[in-house]
Write a protein that binds this ligand. Structure first.
Ligand SMILES: Nc1nc2c(ncn2[C@@H]2O[C@H](COP(=O)(O)OP(=O)(O)OP(=O)(O)O)[C@@H](O)[C@H]2O)c(=O)[nH]1
Length: 251
């Protein structure tokens, strides 16, 4: 598979073509191979990608959802996890977003220990992915060091210490908990991908101002979208200046 997913329209959550909505920009970061592409694709296209290639630069996916009666567009910026992109690409996109999803792989403690290197000042959500692989040996072949697993307790402590909200999920598991090992010794818990992003949308909705009552004739302005575009994803040009398109982080 190409690392950039071209215009997939297979999953639609809100179908009104004239819906007006707020847009929340969310950057998704974490070490290479933790499943950033799979998670965002799963949420936007509704499918699990078994075979992926490393993301080069940043890919962009979006989905329109409805939260408590309000239409909200989540724009997900799937960044390259490879070290060489960390400074050049990610930092450009990092500050001017509404939220950051920090992803780690529950079967790769190195990806968990690497998190402080990714953390900066913004609203923080911590996501442990591949929870379907808990207590199995079939870790991803891209996991170089396998030395146990990141327990939910460990992650929860980290989340509290860094003011983050923890989710543990699987891009692979079927909605409702099927499709994977799931579960953790001592009372496992797994959030669905849907729950992760909907909780994020809901929190962002509460923390930002609602849209103004009347739109001007130009239709689209600021951080509101004027029309429904379905779900799409495409490759951003690597050298694009993100500052022009971004709204300031509200945290
Ligand atoms: N079992 C399992 N495998 C997963 C899951 N999510 C992703 N994978 C696998 O993990 C591998 C890496 O996934 P990607 O989504 O490409 O990882 P990434 O974080 O985007 O990697 P970079 O683009 O290099 O930063 C792929 O082989 C996926 O199929 C999951 O929830 N469960």
């Amino acid at each position: 598979m190409e690392s950039s997913l071209e215009f997939s329209n297979s999953f639609t959550s809100v179908s009104s073509p004239s819906a007006r909505c707020r847009i929340f920009k969310i950057i998704v970061i974490g070490d290479s191979g933790v499943g950033k592409t799979c998670l965002t694709y799963r949420f936007c296209a509704g499918e699990f990608l078994d075979r992926t290639e490393a993301t080069i630069g940043v890919d962009f996916r979006e989905r329109l959802v409805e939260v408590e009666g309000e239409k909200i567009k989540l724009q997900l910026w799937d960044t390259a996890g490879q070290e060489r992109f960390r400074k050049s690409m990610v930092q450009q996109y990092y500050r001017n977003v509404h939220a950051v999803l920090f992803i780690y792989d529950v079967t790769r403690p190195d990806s968990f220990r690497g998190l402080p290197a990714w953390i900066e000042e913004c609203r923080r959500f911590l996501v442990g992915n591949k929870s379907d692989l808990r207590d199995t040996c079939s870790c991803d072949p891209r996991s170089i060091k396998v030395e146990g697993q990141v327990t939910r307790d460990q992650a929860q402590k980290f989340a509290v210490a860094h003011g983050m909200i923890l989710f543990e999920t699987s891009a692979k598991s079927l909605p409702g908990g099927g499709g994977g090992g799931g579960g953790e010794p001592g009372g496992g818990h797994q959030d669905s991908v849907e729950d992760v992003f909907m909780a994020l949308a809901s929190r962002l909705k509460r923390q930002t101002r609602p849209p103004p009552p009347v739109l001007n004739n130009t239709g689209v302005s600021g951080s509101y979208c004027g029309s429904y575009t379905g779900t799409s994803s495409f490759r951003l040009p690597a050298k694009k200046n993100p500052q022009k398109d971004f709204w300031t982080c509200t945290c």
